[in-house]
Design a protein around this ligand. Structure first.
Ligand SMILES: [Cu+2]
Length: 174
């Protein structure tokens, strides 16, 4: 069977491009902590307030025995709840997201936080925030007329400052 030299060349180029994309996906997953959202857990979006985990009192950051923090948040038209939060820098954070209505997305610029929040599923993202200061949380999935106004705020303080706030019983979210 004869394959034209030019055809071989183009077949090589297209395989090379596919290989490059696989390498980029592997590289971002292994070295930058960027993963496809793992929507493996299901949840009834209409009954979040009755679920143990996402009842209103359980939202926001919660310290785990190993020093890491689990942050539970609800997205709904048009906001992320809790609306404002204070979190510590240089700490392993596990965000657990649910939607109470339609598909939303959440993106924190300059971090690896970017995931879809699909109603009926829990989206989980692990991250570490290295810099103190204010971070915006933006919705990046069109969700309706108020989409452009769907955002909220995150304040990141040093580990020591965060521990102080918690020990004095100060609110880390509202
Ligand atoms: Cu939106």
């Amino acid at each position: 069977m004869h394959i034209d030299r030019l055809e071989k060349k183009w077949a090589g180029i297209s395989l090379g491009i596919a290989g490059l994309f696989v390498a980029i996906i592997l590289g971002s997953a292994l070295f930058h902590g960027i993963h496809a959202p793992s929507n493996v857990e299901t949840i009834d979006s209409a009954r979040l307030h009755l679920s143990e985990e996402f009842a209103e009192d359980n939202l926001g950051p919660q310290r785990n025995p190993d020093g890491s923090i689990t942050v539970r948040m609800v997205a709904g038209r048009y906001g992320f709840y809790p609306k404002t939060m204070v979190l510590p820098a240089e700490t392993s954070l596990t965000f657990r997201w649910v939607s109470l209505d339609v598909i939303h997305g959440v993106h924190i610029p300059m971090t690896n936080m970017s995931t879809m929040i699909v109603p009926g599923y829990v989206a989980q993202v692990n991250t570490v925030l290295h810099h103190t200061g204010d971070y915006p949380l933006l919705c990046n999935e069109y969700c309706g007329m108020g989409h452009a106004h769907m955002w909220s705020n995150l304040k990141v303080v040093s580990k020591a400052q965060w521990a102080d706030m918690n020990n004095q019983g100060g609110a880390t979210h509202e």
